[in-house]
Design a protein around this ligand. Structure first.
Ligand code: FAD
Length: 476
């Protein structure tokens, strides 16, 4: 008999319960669907497409070694999975669960169709340590604050990682049609902007495991301090591997937790707390599928944020960081956004971060916070504009972590930083990059006369943001 295993954000053969089930006592065939058609499914950004191309090549190699063929298809997933299962006459279809709204809708359709056709359909927990519906407050509602969420969750055990399958059967029939990966054109052609990505990253499971080992043997020990220093390799840089499922949180969590002894207790706790933030973001997305579109705190709907090509979203004529600026003939919203995207705001830490992002597809967490805050609070731009830019340029662009973090920075999210706590990008630089090693790596001209003045006055724009926030509170 044959089983179909449908790969999604879990591009690995180890610790993959769906793959294990498919290969247990039948011949497994694997399928990946590039779905840009199903309603509501967010199309991948450019950097993500680049990563996916190499990730699928890597997965194909890993599956080859197990004698499991990988089929590639493009289109609306529900129809394709059903069709491939039928063509294979598969007895069962397996996958690991996803938690976004439109994705769950697609999965429900696949399940219904499979069962209608008399196939066994089964899904597994593989991408989150804890299922969102299992973690609730005493009142049976989702947690809105991280600390109590993590207190509850961190006391729970999570399972050990699973081995890769050892298939005993091979598929011997005729394989349904598969598309060519090159035909999907996931890689940029002209201009080829991916040189910096190639230099910075090796997508795939083996590279992920190597990074993980290096991290637990090295930077983990100093993680509580090192993680705030963008100039050093103080963090694990595992985010794209977790995003694409080359590594599971179970694998990362256990590898880190195994270092609890040897005076690493605090480092392990801090790191697991960051995995906890990942869980918290995904639980938010599960409960609020429109996380990337809607303010979690609706009072922010009236905030006079600007977007290029659009009038201010708020309706009052009160102060807004950018409105004020525009009144003085300052740069338009479009010009401010462009300067931010290109790392030409005249604020060194922000520019360094944005250039790191553009070149490597990744940005240090401390700098993400500062740069996002600058866009939203000093430049007065709607957080969704920044979220979309990150979505397009990050190799770890994540459907939950990205919008949840943007809402956290903007003040509109769950357990968000209070709006009035506005990062000062200059103080942040002095504190976390005191010798300007990070800044001079990415903005070598920052101390020279060529470097522009800040596009907005940091203090004035901060004041204007606070006034806009005050007006919002008075109106509510
Ligand atoms: P480490 O410090 O080594 O952390 C380990 C892992 O924990 C990370 O790989 C990640 O999976 C998780 N993690 C760490 N911090 C956070 C956090 N604050 N929220 C959620 N998970 C976290 N992370 C993404 O994975 N994808 C995104 O699209 C993304 N967008 C962000 C946007 C903004 C505006 C901000 C402020 C943060 C964003 N983050 C995002 C969170 C965080 O910046 C990255 O996860 C982190 O920088 C990745 O580097 P690392 O793997 O070295 O992290």
């Amino acid at each position: 008999t044959t089983s179909l295993v449908w790969f999604r954000d879990d591009l690995r053969v180890r610790d993959n319960p769906a793959l294990l089930a498919a290969a247990a006592d039948s011949a497994a065939v694997a399928l990946y669907v590039l779905d840009e058609e199903s309603e509501g499914v967010r199309p991948l950004g450019g950097a993500a497409r680049w990563w996916l191309h190499h990730a699928l090549e890597d997965l194909r190699g890993e599956l080859d070694r197990l004698g499991i063929p990988l089929l590639l298809r493009r289109g609306a997933a529900a129809g394709i999975v059903g069709g491939v299962a039928a063509a294979l006459d598969a007895e069962a279809v397996y996958w690991n669960r996803r938690y976004g709204g439109p994705e769950r809708q697609v999965d429900a359709e696949v399940k219904a169709k499979a069962e209608e056709d008399g196939r066994h359909a089964e899904s597994f927990q593989a991408s989150l340590l804890h299922e969102p519906w299992r973690i609730q407050t005493g009142q049976g509602t989702p947690y809105k604050v991280f600390t109590p969420f993590w207190k509850t969750v961190s006391e729970l055990d999570f399972r050990k990682p699973l081995d890769a399958p050892e298939p005993t059967q091979r598929f011997r029939g005729r394989l349904p049609e598969s598309e060519e990966l090159d035909g999907w054109e996931l890689l940029p052609r002209r201009p080829d902007w991916a040189g910096g990505l190639r230099k910075a990253w090796t997508p795939g499971a083996a590279a992920g495991h190597e990074l993980l080992e290096d991290f637990v043997d090295g930077a983990l020990a100093d993680y509580p301090q090192g993680r705030d220093r963008p100039a050093v390799r103080g963090t694990s840089r595992l985010s794209p591997y977790l995003r694409w499922g080359h590594l599971s949180p179970f694998q990362v969590g256990h590898a880190v937790a195994a270092r609890r002894g040897a005076n690493h207790g605090e480092a392990v706790r801090t790191y697991l707390g960051e995995l906890g933030w990942r869980e918290f973001c995904w639980h938010q997305l599960y409960h609020q599928p429109l996380l990337a579109e809607r303010n979690l705190r609706p009072e922010f709907d009236a905030f006079p944020w600007e977007r290029p090509g659009r009038k201010r979203s708020g309706n009052d004529g009160g102060a807004s960081p950018s409105g004020r600026n525009a009144n003085r003939g300052g740069p338009s919203a479009a010009a401010r956004v462009r300067a931010w995207q290109r790392g030409r705001t005249g604020v060194p830490l922000v520019d360094a971060g944005q250039r790191e992002l553009w070149t490597t597809g990744w940005m240090h967490n401390r700098v993400r916070m500062v740069s996002a805050s600058f866009l939203v609070k000093n430049l007065g731009i709607d957080w969704r504009v920044g979220e979309q830019w990150f979505w397009d340029t990050l190799v770890d662009a994540d459907a939950a972590n990205n919008p949840a973090s943007w809402q956290w920075v903007a003040g509109s999210g769950a357990d968000a930083a209070p709006f009035f706590r506005i990062f000062n990008p200059l103080t942040q630089q002095a504190k976390f990059d005191p010798e300007a090693r990070y800044v001079s790596r990415w903005v070598p001209e920052y101390a020279s006369p060529e470097y522009p003045e800040p596009i907005v006055d940091v203090k004035e724009s901060r004041q204007a943001a606070l006034e806009a926030y005050q007006a919002l509170r008075e109106d509510n």
